[in-house]
Design a protein around this ligand. Structure first.
Ligand SMILES: Nc1nc2c(c(=O)[nH]1)N[C@H]1C(S)=C(S)[C@@H](COP(=O)(O)OP(=O)(O)OC[C@H]3O[C@@H](n4cnc5c(=O)[nH]c(N)nc54)[C@H](O)[C@@H]3O)O[C@H]1N2
Ligand SMILES: Nc1nc2c(c(=O)[nH]1)N[C@H]1C(S)=C(S)[C@@H](COP(=O)(O)OP(=O)(O)OC[C@H]3O[C@@H](n4cnc5c(=O)[nH]c(N)nc54)[C@H](O)[C@@H]3O)O[C@H]1N2
Ligand code: SF4
Ligand SMILES: [Mo]
Length: 669
């Protein structure tokens, strides 16, 4: 008899859906959205509609493997877990004896978002004394920009969007990346709200909006400043709110806004001055304007400043004081669980060196003292997703680098491994999930037994600890015992009732200890438009990196509804929906280059050359080319993906990736 169990979507997505999994004879046969989960409401995105096809994919790795061919060739032979663990521990002992433990680098990111499995390696590598990875590929510039203005103020409840009468989806492709937030925006629209989308190309989210503004990459800060210029000039600023809640508005008006009249900003942003003026008026006079800020616009050399500047808008208009008004960047529920019981920083004898995950290429090819001699990758696919792919691959090809990859699939990274270890999927292990798109959390247990000889991240590190001869009771616990520790600790985010719901595996709503939108957690107690603790005390337009580059077209390596970063390419149907690795280009740019729809093109810059199939499309703005998804090598027209074009440069705040801050040229062939 099939049974249905609750689980949680493990992927890096703000929605963190509740799942109902139907299991028959130890196999997951169907997955659907939990109707009782307040965000999921019974529906899933296309990626997860057939999660069972990922879990039971014929491509799943089922045994440990040892490399038999050249690095990258994908030639391996199966070996036992015992043999694999012996090889790894012996090699690490040698490396530590010769180079010291900092010659070992862990690399992990967002294959699974559960608090136990995601962070499972931290305690192990802290005790080993390995180099530490600075995990900043996603959007730390968002946090840096918010903090400069709002300090530690908690995020508003994103569900308020349904009470708004004017919504701006700004730098987010929510129709692909957060479908439940998109559903809420549509709900508000049905009640009469006007929906704007500001993006660099015409995404599915733009198609669903009342009006889409296509902006030049990296120029959103100027747009926000021009809006404030109009708001000030036309007396639309909310002076009573500003007087009571904001520091530095007068300085902004006197020293910054005169430099951003809409006529001048129009050329910078590629948006007509009349449109900027109309948007500013509508925004300032709306009853409860709501901005949902995505991550796209943060991945630039000026990303943190852009976030800080846009986030001034609800302060200047007093939108914060209205139900449904404000700006939402993401919830930060880190305080809800005492994560150090998992990550165990206290196991470190001293603080070891920190290596940016955005600069893996440089770390593997340039770093000395000591050079990286072993790379241990788990739940991440850096050969595909990390910037400057050619540098990363040069590193992975090094004969003297000992690479271990713990994975569900033979990814492009796993192809370069000396040892590959099979990983469980989320249906095969326990975990506790919180998320960044709402205040919900949920615990789940394995719904099915491990596929083949797969082991969870946590199990793997307990086995490695044993092989290293460590006897701490910490490494002898089960994932469920660790979860229990996360739940036991008394905590202002969780009443006993909330903790009990979590224990029972129900979706539970955490309560932020300081209520959002009430009082500002900054040193001055106000929203700090002027903040002289920052290098730039006032918002202004900062340059992007690409402005210094020499190629004529901006490249947008964007997201697709049918994959999540490099995940889901194992599902044939989802991949077929993406057709092939495509470059979208406006017909003006195609005409000047004599390029035709459907032909093979090479996109290049100083870092690499990548082959695509050209699609001439009105979805691309003139001067900007777009590609969606992070493809696996076996499905590419050439042998490099889009990240051969992206750079290891960092953001202005937060040391984030600048994946969207790229220029290229395109030619036939
Ligand atoms: N289907 C799907 N869902 C996903 C993901 C996925 O790959 N696919 N990824 C997951 C992850 S890890 C994350 S971090 C989130 C990210 O989700 P989002 O926050 O939506 O971020 P992105 O999709 O990276 O970028 C959003 C949009 O920003 C646009 N953009 C780029 N530069 C600029 C700019 O300068 N100005 C403006 N206004 N727009 C710009 C891009 O064209 C893109 O359409 O989504 C998660 N969900
Ligand atoms: N060009 C381009 N590059 C990008 C992006 C983009 O939009 N465009 N997005 C960027 C962003 S926002 C992010 S967050 C990063 C994400 O980069 P990654 O965190 O590397 O994400 P994925 O590509 O999804 O790869 C995750 C891998 O983890 C594996 N996995 C899943 N669950 C488990 C598990 O429980 N254990 C183990 N051991 N493995 C598991 C999956 O099989 C998958 O291969 O990529 C960044 N890179
Ligand atoms: S990827 Fe996001 S929208 Fe899709 S099921 Fe998972 S949490 Fe829900
Ligand atoms: Mo991300």
């Amino acid at each position: 008899m099939p049974v249905t169990t609750r689980s949680v979507c493990p992927y890096d997505c703000p929605d963190a859906c509740g799942l109902l999994v139907t299991v028959d004879q130890g196999e997951a046969v169907a997955v659907c959205g939990d109707p009782e989960h307040p965000i999921t409401r019974g529906f899933l995105c296309p990626k997860m509609a057939h999660y069972e096809r990922t879990v039971h994919s014929p491509r799943r790795l089922t045994t440990p493997l040892r490399r038999t061919g050249a690095k990258g060739s994908g030639q391996f032979e199966p070996i036992s877990w015992d043999a694999a663990l012996d090889i790894i521990s012996a090699r690490w002992r040698d490396i530590i004896a010769t180079w010291g433990a900092e010659a070992i680098l862990p690399y992990s990111y967002a294959g699974t978002m559960g608090l136990i499995q995601r962070n499972a390696g931290h305690a192990f590598f802290h005790k080993l004394g390995a180099s530490r990875l600075e995990r900043t590929i996603c959007s730390p510039a968002k946090d840096a920009g918010w903090k400069a203005l709002m300090g530690d103020s908690p995020a508003m409840d994103p569900a308020e969007i349904t009470e708004s009468d004017l919504i701006i989806l700004w730098g987010t492709n929510a129709a692909a990346t957060s479908i439940h937030a998109m559903a809420d925006a549509q709900k508000a629209r049905k009640k009469g709200a006007r929906l704007y989308c500001i993006d660099t190309y015409r995404t599915p989210t733009c198609d669903a909006a009342d009006e889409a503004l296509l902006i030049r990459p990296g120029s959103d800060g100027a747009l926000a400043l021009a809006m404030m210029h109009v708001i000030d000039k036309e007396g639309l600023a909310h002076i009573p709110f500003i007087t009571a809640n904001v520091q530095g508005y007068e300085k902004l008006v006197a020293e910054v806004l005169p430099n951003y009249p809409p006529e001048q900003v129009a050329t910078l942003c590629g948006i007509p001055a009349e449109t900027i003026i109309r948007l500013a008026r509508e925004y300032a006079t709306a009853r409860a304007p709501f901005i949902r800020l995505g991550s796209g616009l943060t991945r630039y050399g000026n990303g943190a400043m852009t976030v800080r500047t846009i986030s001034c808008l609800p302060a200047v208009t007093g939108a914060w004081s209205k139900p449904g008004g404000g700006i939402f960047l993401g919830t930060s529920t880190g305080g809800a669980f005492p994560l150090t019981v998992v990550t165990r920083e206290d196991f470190m004898e001293r603080e070891t060196r920190l290596i940016s995950m955005n600069q893996l290429g440089a770390a593997l090819t340039e770093l000395t003292d000591p050079p990286v001699q072993s790379l241990f990758v788990y739940h991440s696919n850096p050969a595909s997703i990390a910037p400057d792919q050619n540098a990363v691959i040069r590193g992975l090809e090094r004969d003297d680098l000992f690479t271990v990859v713990h994975e569900r699939f033979l990814t492009d990274t796993a192809r370069y491994a000396d040892i590959v270890l099979p990983a469980t999927s989320s249906l095969e292990h326990s975990d506790l999930y919180r998320c960044y798109g709402s205040y919900h959390a949920q615990r789940c247990q394995a719904a099915i037994p491990a596929v083949g000889e797969a082991k969870s991240n946590w199990e793997l590190f307990t086995l490695l600890a044993d092989r290293m001869g460590w006897h701490e009771p910490f490494f002898r616990q089960s994932a469920d015992e660790l979860i229990e520790q996360l739940l036991t600790d008394g905590n202002p985010w969780r009443s006993p009732a909330i903790t009990e719901e979590l224990r029972q595996g129900k979706p539970a709503l955490l309560t932020p200890p300081s209520p959002p939108k009430k009082g500002w957690l900054t040193p001055s107690g106000t929203i700090e438009i002027f903040n002289d603790r920052e290098r730039e005390p006032l918002p202004r337009l900062l340059p992007t990196h690409a402005e210094q580059d020499g190629y004529p077209l901006r490249l947008q390596p964007a997201t697709t509804p049918f994959a999540l970063n490099s995940s889901f390419y194992e599902q044939d149907d989802l991949r077929d929906k993406q057709k092939c690795m495509t470059l979208l280009m406006h017909h003006n740019d195609a005409d000047t280059r004599g390029l035709h729809n459907g032909e093979a093109v090479t996109v290049e810059n100083e870092r690499g050359k990548v082959r695509f199939t050209l699609e001439i499309s009105e979805r691309a703005a003139p001067g900007t080319v777009v590609t969606e998804g992070v493809w696996w090598r076996e499905f590419m027209p050439g042998d490099r993906g889009v990240n051969a074009l992206t750079s290891q440069r960092l953001t202005d705040g937060g040391r984030g990736s600048t994946l969207y801050d790229v220029t290229v040229e395109v030619r036939s062939g």
